[in-house]
Design a protein around this ligand. Sequence first.
Ligand code: AMP
Ligand code: ZN
Length: 474
Amino acid sequence: MVNAVRWCLPAGRSLVKSPRVRLFDTLKRDYVSLEPVDGKTFRFYCCGPTVYGPAHIGNFRTFVMQDVFRRVLEVGGQKTKHVRNITDVDDKTIRDSVAAGRSLEEFTAQWRDKFHADCELLNCLAPHIEPSAVKHIYEQVEMIKELIEKGHAYASDDGSVYFMISSFPEYGKLSHLDSRELDLGKTQNSRADSDEYDKDDAADFVLWKGRRDEDGDNFWESPWGQGRPGWHLECSAMIRKYLGETFDLHSGGVDLVFPHHENEIAQSKCSCGGEFARNWFHVTHLRVEGKKMSKSLGNLYTLEDLAKKGYSAMEVRYVLLNGHYRKPINFSLDSLHAGREALGKLAKAAEGKSARGYKEILKGGDYGVFAGALQKLNDDLNTAGAIGELFGNLKAAESEADWFGLYSVLASLGLILPEAEKKIAPDEIKKLAEERWQARENRDWAASDRLRDQLLEKGWVVKDGREGYELVSA
Ligand code: AMP
Ligand code: ZN
């Protein structure tokens, strides 16, 4: 019977059917069990960075959680397709590139490269596709044309085009702006043409911005004259191209729920039809002294700021994971200290146990005493709970399965352990070890065993190899 099951499995897959991942869905306001709509590949989209400066660790809370999301699916045996865009044309990129006297392309390339380098330090898997907004102007213009044709958008006198939110009765559903708060009839005469605004300012939003002096050389041709796309449009256009009209999940930080994601839904559903994102996953903010970490408040830390203070990217990653993604984390340097200690403890426990790489982990298996930690991750990405389970079971870990389980949890969290500090053996210990090696060479097994026990009593383990031995503190 077991053999029959084994023959049905694709090579290298676990015999244990991967558990479904449960997640809290922002739109449904309830837990959902995640399954790919095509039955094969879980296809998801994350709004990427706006590349006008270094990303701060608040931004990285969101990107790291999205990375854990993907890892948890993959460790559970689910194939994924991960698309994350680069916002390289919007109000801020244009403003700052013009102020710096550099071309938009050159200016944003520098910050895109910095973002990639930071992602690598944080051990974030690169998305399968990373489209740039500037390279998809054609697709955005095409989408606007469709929206106008279908009666959802209109051109204004200044060469801009606006989405008419009163034409889409579902507007406000994701952000739970109900009809009392949002009178769609009244929005028709009000327009929002900046990329970001509050719920109180809900209004027809800009799809195409007519060319203005302050935009410098940054404009493109369109049926409505020269200009550039509004920020919300790029994601809708690129999602359609790379994921189609219906895909599995969309994600970002909570500040994107309104207006960005609300506007994406309106643009996509009105132009293409389809369900758009079947599920929504939003990450709560990283805070500093109770306030959202943000560039505008000037309370941010970058990885580089923290490296100058002696903290590693892995310590930052640990801190970003040591809280549930739907609760705020208040960032402090003390929490980085605690992260350092925690990683050190894990490294000490795992010392000498053969480390396993991500690819090996994907083959699945028995997770031993750490099965509970993986369950926590499968249940609404409870990273803090998984970390608690790691420490709760560390002392009980002894079997091969347990160590495999430990590395599987670490791979799901994307944590890389520091090299455990190697204790240098004192001369007395080195002398005993040397005597034992000689006894072994002389095939005096009794003396060799006696000396091994003496060393163990003093807290040292001897590991024999073909060419010699290694002393490791017990
Ligand atoms: P941006 O580069 O401004 O487009 O933001 C990139 C991502 O970071 C978006 O998903 C934002 O929602 C997210 N984000 C911005 N600030 C924070 C923060 N303090 N904590 C968590 N996520 C954030
Ligand atoms: Zn987006």
